[in-house]
Every structure is written in C-alpha cells, then in structure tokens.
Design a protein around this ligand. Structure first.
Ligand code: PRP
Ligand code: MG
Length: 212
C-alpha cells in the first residue's frame, strides 16, 4: 500500500505547529530530529522535513503529495497549487518595513529604493499595482539586517509578533497580505492517496473545530 508523503517545514515555528497538528489527529511520528524523512507508526503516512521555499516545486512535481505550508509561500511560488484546508495557525503577514528614522509618507517613497526580500514575486506584484519601481535584492534569511548593513533601504518579510522588526529598528509601513498555515495538495495525486488524504482532512476538520 502506498503512503501519503507529507512535507513540513524542516525547522522553525511552522514546524512545531505542523508536528502538533499531526499529533493531534493521531498520527505519531518517529521523530529523529536530524532525519529528513520519518514514517508514521499507525497510519500510511511519511513526513518529509524540507525547506519552506522548496516545497511548492516538490508539490508541482509530485515528489511530495501534500504539505503543511504558509499560504504566503504558495502566493510567492505556487499560485496554481490547490489549498485543501486552511489550518488557522502560524498566522503572519507579509510587510514592507523601513528604518524607524526614515520619514515615510506612502508607497511612492519607495521609488528607486533598494528592497531586500525573500518574496520577490509578492513585492513586485505589489509595487506594480501601485506603479512604483524599486530595485529588489533577493536574500534568503535574516532579511531584517539588510538596512543596518547598508544592503537595502527597505525590506519585505513576514511579520508575526513584530519583535524582529523592533530589534532591528524597523517600522512596518505596508501590509501586503495576511497568511496562515494551509494544507496544500499536489496536482498529481493517485486515487489511493486521495483516499488517505480525505481521512486526514476529516480528522483535521474535527481537531480545528475543537480548537475554536
Ligand atoms: C521569520 C521571518 C521574520 C520573523 C518574524 O524569521 O523571516 O524575520 O520570523 O517573526 P516576528 O515578527 O515574530 O519576529 P526566522 O526567525 O524564521 O528566520 P529566517 O528569516 O532567518 O529564516
Ligand atoms: Mg527572518
């Protein structure tokens, strides 16, 4: 019998919340922290620990069948991927922030400025809609440090508690979108796997209901 391959974030806050919901729906994982793959003991499921940004492509290619992932990552890299369920946890927003000391009167102030981000498509769409041309600088982590080291004038990243912005003397000036964890599904799923997925989805729905 084939197993449903579920991708979750390798490390970080979404990882903890993802493992928690799997546990809550009764899927127990033999979790060696350094393993990239683990099997469930009591359900036809395998969990793959992957980098967030890689997950949309793995879904498209059918390398994994489903994923617990931030909606913001799908908006950036996987617009055509189906969302089976919104999960209500790991909420955040994708924002543009600038140094506290910078005067800011609106999005036009970003014209010609350098923006550091891990979400180039999302920012570019937003700038295009507002008729603003900026220079994007793509970096993959610790984005908030960029203005302090002279790499950029502004940043665009996810904000949750706001503490990373605060620590780096940045202020949020534009909120591009709001996001939460979702259950995303590969476009290429066998009927056998669809059946496992619907069992999981049923359990998720009842757990989420209980959390309300
Ligand atoms: C994430 C994100 C922000 C921060 C937001 O970074 O990129 O920097 O969390 O959370 P906060 O508003 O609660 O501070 P993470 O710690 O995952 O590290 P990374 O950016 O280096 O991947
Ligand atoms: Mg960060």
């Amino acid at each position: 019998m084939s197993k449903l391959r579920i991708a979750v974030q390798k490390s970080g806050r979404l990882n903890e919340d993802s493992m928690k919901i799997l546990k809550d729906i009764g899927i127990s994982i033999d979790n060696g922290k350094d393993q990239l793959k683990a099997s469930a003991r009591n359900f036809p499921v395998e969990v793959f620990y992957l980098r967030n940004g890689d997950i949309p492509q793995y879904l498209k290619d059918g390398v994994v069948d489903v994923a617990i992932i931030g909606e913001n990552v799908l908006i950036e890299k996987g617009k055509d991927i189906r969302i089976a369920e919104k999960l209500g946890f790991s909420t955040c927003r994708v924002c543009i922030a600038v140094p506290k000391s910078m005067g800011y009167n609106g999005i036009k102030d970003l014209e010609g400025k350098r923006i550091a981000t891990s979400y180039p498509n999302t920012v570019q769409d937003y700038l295009d809609k507002n008729g603003v041309k900026s220079n994007l600088h793509i970096i993959n982590g610790s984005v908030e440090i960029a203005p302090n080291i002279g790499l950029a004038d502004a940043i665009c990243d996810i904000v949750s508690s706001g503490s990373t912005l605060f620590k780096n003397n940045l202020k949020e000036v534009e909120t591009i979108l709001k996001s939460e964890a979702v259950l995303a599904v590969s476009p290429v799923l066998t009927e056998e796997k669809e059946a496992i997925l619907s069992k999981i989805q049923f359990r998720i729905k009842s757990v989420l209901k209980g959390r309300q």
